[in-house]
Write a protein that binds this ligand. Sequence first.
Ligand SMILES: NC(=O)C1=CN([C@@H]2O[C@H](COP(=O)(O)OP(=O)(O)OC[C@H]3O[C@@H](n4cnc5c(N)ncnc54)[C@H](OP(=O)(O)O)[C@@H]3O)[C@@H](O)[C@H]2O)C=CC1
Ligand SMILES: O=C(O)C1=N[C@H](C(=O)O)C[C@H](O)C1
Length: 267
Amino acid sequence: MTRIAIVGASGRMGKALIEAIANTEGLELSVATEHPSNPLIGTDAGAVAGVGANGVLIAPSLDQAANDFDVLIDFTRPEPTLAHLAWCAAHGKKIVIGTTGFDDAGKAAIAKAAEQVPVVFAPNMSVGVNLCLKLLDMAARVLGDSVDIEIIEAHHRHKVDAPSGTALRMGEVVADALGRDLKECAVYGREGVTGERNRQAIGFATVRAGDVVGDHTVMFADVGERVEITHKASSRMTFAKGAVRAAGWLQDKQSGLFDMQDVLGLK
Ligand SMILES: NC(=O)C1=CN([C@@H]2O[C@H](COP(=O)(O)OP(=O)(O)OC[C@H]3O[C@@H](n4cnc5c(N)ncnc54)[C@H](OP(=O)(O)O)[C@@H]3O)[C@@H](O)[C@H]2O)C=CC1
Ligand SMILES: O=C(O)C1=N[C@H](C(=O)O)C[C@H](O)C1
């Protein structure tokens, strides 16, 4: 039995992860934590997630849990994730990171920690999005520099980072396929007299509204035709199932930085 710790246990993804673990053979929830000032500290994590009490009480930190789990799954915010990552590296624990919004220093810290412990780090754990990343690579190579590329994403009103981690990864895949550097060609939103479109640009547009779980479209637009590759998530369970699959996949890994393409065998 693989024992899983969930941090951010009362968050949107925390609850979905606890439900996914409850429905997955060979995995068990053994530790759940929340921010120390969260009002649900000390309550039953299964009850909070709506899957029935499981005797795992939500703790204010990982400090007492060093012997109690095998893999940590973290969908919180960059700052707590980096603190949890440092704790995992110090205690030899495997970690799955779904948090988005890291800066370059945060990404470098993740790569460094992966020299000591195995890490799966992916902005989107769904099978469908990871398939789309493969399709995007193919589309960019076939359509080449003759098309204009725009990435449009929509998420719920509570999301705090933009563009989404998934949209940025889609941009990186397309830019890599075309030999461009996303840092140089990305255009994040347009306003006012912008001038004509730079043909090399990869544009991003962000929508935040209501309860949208996560929509992404990449448009490859030529004169006379356009191709659009779209993914729409209608349940967070698709991300949660991917994350628990990644946790199981890490079981025989000793160190290294992996993503969902590795977990799904898409590389
Ligand atoms: N990779 C993927 O497939 C996906 C990634 N995500 C990403 O996951 C992240 C979380 O998303 P979501 O669940 O919607 O966000 P939520 O805000 O619902 O959940 C985040 C949770 O983390 C908690 N938290 C904050 N600090 C700590 C801490 N120090 N220790 C423990 N818990 C802490 C928050 O607690 P409190 O409220 O008390 O601050 C909150 O419960 C985002 O970065 C999002 O982009 C989301 C879906 C899929
Ligand atoms: O915050 C979310 O909800 C999501 N975040 C991820 C992202 O930033 O790409 C993945 C998913 O789209 C949901």
